[in-house]
Design a protein around this ligand. Structure first.
Ligand SMILES: Nc1ncnc2c1ncn2[C@@H]1O[C@H](COP(=O)(O)OP(=O)(O)OP(=O)(O)O)[C@@H](O)[C@H]1O
Ligand SMILES: [Mg+2]
Length: 410
């Protein structure tokens, strides 16, 4: 970021003088200069021009003087440094300025060497403060994220674990029940062989229970019970895959397992509702090796991106007579840069260039209050870039859906 300095002075020649002096730095894009003619004008510029690092202001000006401006800047953005220009020996104003948080003062007429030193000192401080703020914010996000994940993860892993035991009884006993039944049927057949003429009461019972159908149906019944328990086992394994706790070290992970477990968890959301048909999932999985990664965190990334696509289908005012909501997930090894790429595309409403520029920003959301927090992609990028040294990018146009590309080094 090029440091931005706002100079505030009502004397016209001032601007030309300063510009001339710093022309090389301006051309080399080492600094950007803005000018304002008084305090009010300066406040306007601060609001319009985006983050300014340093304000250098005269004291006596019409409309709003420099000392009032100092106070207002403090309220507007306390990280901006201010330097006041004062007449030589004007101790009273200088004291007031310092008390209002000015960083330094310079005497008029300006000594350019002094000005340059002051500017570079001030800019260095602003930069340090802003960097620290950034770090603090990153740490906060991480904390929220890991709190959220570990609470959710523990819950999910706990439930999965609790499910396992009762399912264990059922799967264990189905086999035995099948065996017992088989033996009872054999016994029945023996009876039929040796006592082919049963009594009236037995004959009635045989008709009543439709014995032949019952015996024929038995294997189907058992196999559908087996399938049910298999599914529960798969679900429980997926839940545990999804919520793998891997806070401190990377593990070799099958990314496809991660994607599958995420899809399973989102299954309920993928189902059609309120006029939207069920979201179709097309998988184009390549031949991926295991990837060293923080598996639980990557699952969170898959989750954020796929959930966003579903949100986009739900909120995008799409004509479902014409579009079948579809999410395409493809994976491949990219030998050229020794990485794997996971592409998640949707055919939803897409986004404008302006929105696309901001989606990874902290707290940026276009969703109504209470729906989105604007953290999903910010956190996802942190996980992919900072935790894994990878890349997360987005391609999208209005009306043409969106594609998110996760690249992870091998
Ligand atoms: N697939 C997509 N299609 C269209 N817009 C998208 C898509 N994915 C993300 N966006 C846009 O990016 C914004 C930021 O997404 P992000 O996941 O960071 O936050 P969010 O979904 O709004 O809230 P959160 O994920 O924290 O609940 C979204 O509000 C949306 O405008
Ligand atoms: Mg989101």
């Amino acid at each position: 970021m090029i440091p931005k300095i706002l100079l505030v002075d009502d004397e016209l020649p001032f601007e030309a003088l300063i510009r001339r002096h710093f022309r090389k730095q301006i051309r080399a894009k080492e600094m950007e200069l803005l000018f304002a003619a008084n305090g009010l004008d300066a406040l306007d510029k601060l609001q319009v021009e985006g983050p300014v690092d340093l304000v250098i202001t005269d004291i006596n000006m019409p409309e709003m003087d420099g000392l009032t401006l100092l106070e207002k800047i403090g309220i507007f953005d306390s990280t901006i440094k201010t330097v006041v220009l004062s007449a030589y020996g004007d101790m009273r104003n200088i004291r007031t300025a310092m008390n209002r948080g000015a960083f330094d003062f310079l005497n008029k007429p300006i000594d350019f060497q002094d000005l340059e030193i002051t500017i570079s000192r001030a800019l260095k401080q602003v930069q340090e403060i802003r960097e620290n703020q950034q770090k603090l914010r990153a740490a906060q996000t991480q904390l929220i994220q890991s709190e959220k994940m570990s609470a959710l993860g523990q819950l999910v892993a706990g439930v999965a674990h609790e499910i396992n035991n009762p399912v264990g009884y059922i799967t264990g006993n189905i086999g035995i029940a099948e065996e017992y039944l088989q033996e009872l049927i054999e016994l029945l057949e023996l009876y039929q062989t040796y006592y082919p003429e049963p009594t009236e009461e037995i004959r009635k019972k045989i008709t009543e229970i439709a014995l032949d159908d019952l015996i024929n149906d038995m294997p189907l019944l058992i196999s559908s019970m087996r399938e049910g328990t298999d599914r529960i086992c798969f679900l429980s394994t997926s839940l545990r895959t999804f919520s793998r706790s891997d806070a401190d070290h990377k593990v070799a992970f099958n990314l496809h397992d991660g994607i599958e477990s995420t899809l399973l968890i989102l299954k309920y959301r993928l189902k059609g509702k309120d006029g939207r048909p069920t979201v179709e999932i097309i998988k184009e999985y390549g031949d991926l090796p295991l990837v060293m990664c923080f598996a639980g965190q990557l699952n969170q990334v898959f989750m954020n991106i796929i959930a966003n696509a579903i949100d986009a289908f739900d909120m995008g005012n799409l004509d479902f007579e014409k579009v079948i909501p579809t999410i395409r997930i493809s994976t491949e090894v990219m030998p050229a840069n020794n990485s794997v790429a996971i592409r998640i595309s949707d055919n939803g409403p897409g986004m404008s260039e302006a929105v696309k520029h901001k989606i990874f920003e902290y707290l940026y959301t276009t969703k109504p209050v209470g729906t989105g927090t604007g953290l999903g992609l910010h956190i996802s990028r942190q996980i992919v870039v900072e935790k894994h040294g990878g890349r997360l990018s987005c391609e999208s146009e209005v009306g043409a859906g969106a594609t998110f590309i996760i690249e992870l080094p091998l």
